[in-house]
Design a protein around this ligand. Structure first.
Ligand code: 17E
Ligand code: FE2
Length: 417
């Protein structure tokens, strides 16, 4: 397979990419635009980019909004309550069907790697079992990681710790946590210590729902980062949401950032979810409740974006498009300067791959030939146009193809490449 007239990120040149045996064989700069020959794929100067990565989504809960009741208040806490009503109705077929539909939606929109949470505070562990089985079944098609996530609290839910350990024995890849939802601060801290011990015991990654609340006194992040630093686990540890950081005062944040940098932990923000769930106890002024993405980026701390929900008890919209999530993040976090745009796609590609510790990710000779072609020629134009995914290729095989829109009534401006 050969792709001609490909624009790569951070380069104005056109490139030819040659793929052999499912891997990038060569990447060459072209002196000029080339006419298309047999069997070649013409990128027409569009951006050829590493696949999108969805690092934070709850596939066990996806597509269940309103079952059996809608979340009326729009709070995280009512979402947890509504999900608690839905849990007894779960079975393997139900989870598989919804998870597969959601994965399909993501793949159609250029995603090739997903980290999903699966609730462990359920004595049947049906979410963990079903999603681990699906991960194994789809392993050639998509990189799927399963997080053992104790929605009702690992130490506050009856038998929660044993259920967590059983989930890791079943084969979850990542240990999760929810310290801000444990009954007390002490239990929250203990849960963080314990989940890091479990990660060491089972050789797992860590991804904690950390301080997903507007309470400025919710400071489990410093505890997580410090434990990760002292045990030298930082690059394998992720703090998701950290929305309380929006409400921390600047003096505390200034001190905190030194620890965050030293710890080398990763961050995931879910801006559409947080702008919807947070600030719900405010009148006006109303906090945005999204973590300090801009400041984390500026401090060279790894930060990426996820959708969190698609039509579930917490969030009833969502369409699988990470470019939409990115667009929200740029607005909400006021990352609207030229410098911000120039590397915007990092937050839904490279940074997410780093968070998930993916191997062989990126457009480089020798790596698996996984990539997408996006409408637009650089990060800025793709973001601005909300360009579609025109092609998604996995190990040298086309898995998604889409035609760009054409106006049929009259020739406006034609793309000459
Ligand atoms: N559970 C949770 O604790 N927080 C969320 N944002 C979702 C589920 C979607
Ligand atoms: Fe989440």
């Amino acid at each position: 397979m050969q792709i001609i007239n490909a624009r790569l990120r951070h380069s104005n040149d056109l490139h030819t990419l040659t793929i052999k045996e499912g891997k990038f064989h060569s990447i060459e700069t072209q002196a000029e635009a080339l006419p298309e020959q047999n069997d070649q794929i013409n990128a027409h100067g569009n951006l050829v980019c590493a696949p999108f990565v969805e690092p934070h989504i709850h596939l066990d809960a996806a597509l269940t909004a309103g079952e059996p009741e809608w979340n009326q208040s729009g709070t995280l806490f009512e979402g947890i309550e509504r999900w608690r009503q839905r849990k007894p109705m779960l079975n393997e077929a139900d989870i598989r069907k919804r998870a597969l539909s959601t994965i399909e939606l993501l793949v159609q929109n250029g995603v090739q790697a997903i980290r999903t949470h699966a609730d462990t505070t359920d004595p049947s562990l049906i979410g963990i079992r079903t999603l681990c089985a699906l991960r194994d079944e789809l392993k050639d098609k998509i990189d799927l990681q399963v997080v053992a996530f104790p929605q009702d609290g690992m130490l506050s839910y009856p038998n929660g710790l044993a259920l967590m350990e059983e989930s890791l024995q079943i084969g979850a890849d990542v240990v999760g946590g929810i310290p801000h939802f444990e009954y007390t601060r002490e239990l929250g801290e203990k849960s963080v210590k314990t989940l890091l011990e479990l990660a060491r015991k089972y050789d797992c990654l860590v991804d904690v729902h950390c301080d997903e609340i507007d309470d400025p006194n919710s400071r489990f992040l410093e505890f997580l980062a410090c434990e990760a630093l002292f045990h030298d686990m930082g690059p394998r540890v992720t703090a998701s949401h950290t929305t309380a950081m929006h409400s921390y005062d600047n003096a505390y944040c200034s001190k905190l950032f030194r620890l965050l940098k030293n710890s080398k932990i990763n961050f995931i923000s879910c801006p559409t979810e947080s702008i919807h769930l947070q600030g719900r106890f405010d009148t006006y002024p109303k906090r945005r409740g999204v973590t300090r993405v801009k400041e984390l980026r500026e401090a060279n701390i790894n930060v990426c974006l996820g959708q969190d929900s698609i039509f579930d008890p917490w969030y009833s919209l969502g369409n699988g498009k990470l470019l939409r999530t990115l667009d929200y993040a740029m607005h909400i976090c006021q990352m609207m300067g030229y410098q911000d745009y120039a590397r915007a796609l990092d937050m839904i590609t490279d940074n997410s791959a780093k968070t998930m510790c993916l191997e062989g990710y990126g457009i480089e000779v020798g790596n698996p030939a996984n990539f997408i072609i996006l409408e637009g020629f650089d990060d800025y134009s793709v973001l601005r146009k909300q360009g579609e995914v025109l092609l998604s290729v996995r190990k040298g095989e086309i898995i998604v193809e889409r035609q760009p829109a054409k106006i049929l009534s009259q020739p406006w401006v034609s793309n000459s490449l």
